[in-house]
Design a binder for this molecule. Sequence first.
Ligand code: HEM
Length: 297
Amino acid sequence: MADTPKEIYFKKKEIAEDSDGSKELQVQRFSRLNRLLHIIMIISFINLALTGMSLKFSYTGWAVFLSHLFGGFESAGWIHRFSAVIMILVFTMHIIDILRQKKKEKKSWIMMVFDTDSMMFNKKDLHDLIDSIKWFLGKGERPEYGRWTYWEKFDYFAVFWGMIVIGSTGLTLWFPEFFTQFIPGWAINVATIIHSDEALLAVGFIFTIHFFNTHMRPEKFPMDIVIFSGRYPLEEFKMDRPEEYRQLVERGELEKYMVEPYPSIVLRTIKLFGWAALCIGFSIVIWIIYAMIFAYK
Ligand code: HEM
């Protein structure tokens, strides 16, 4: 019988303690570019959320406090626009990276989309979802997760879709004179509603469900730093992604992914950044709930 979520939590804790300060090689999960893009996206998203919500809930004390920090509501609007440009650049870089990878690996679009390493949902994800629920209920084994799990794919597409909706409506609000050459004036009001509600959805989703999926599950609690460090201990990899591990061993490619661990000082800095992002995110959610229940106008 496979490990229960509780046993997995203690196993992970043991691995983390053993690997602390160890010089043993680790498994590379994310490229340097992907890590950098994720860090920049976190910073720009938090800025967008803080400045955007201070405009949306401008009648709350928190918004007034934040707007002072940002130099007033007008300058909060400009910080919002600057962060939006950064976020659009991150999104564009990610698309260029996918195209570059496709060219390098000489893959067709069909292969890119339906490969086992792809972000696209497949039949295994449905089985993994059902088996995960059985595992949570103590009625089955932990699924043999692969390179990307169903919840990671879901989170990825949520951001992808969100970027298109929030980006297009945000640009419409930024340049109304330009866009009203092609769309009626009332569409600007609709764009405001869509932008504002999609922002609530994005903030609510990222700072609760995404945080929970990533950091609160027993395999990772209290925080998974792999998106920043890009690497994790081999034992953790074997436990967390058994299918990916097996495929790499079968193809004789595991060696290719073994890299030096980072020194403790780098890991401590990463954790500090991670905790700051988590705390700001949770605080924004509490502020939104407070504003909607007690102060909504
Ligand atoms: C990425 C592209 C984005 C662009 C181009 C953009 C642009 C804008 C613009 C021009 C405004 C009006 C600001 C003003 O009145 O001074 C606005 C408002 C707002 N934005 Fe964004 N934004 C983007 C992304 C985001 C994101 C990711 C969030 C949330 C995390 C967000 C949340 C908001 C909110 C809550 C408002 C206030 C809406 C209201 O008044 O009800 N925006 N945005």
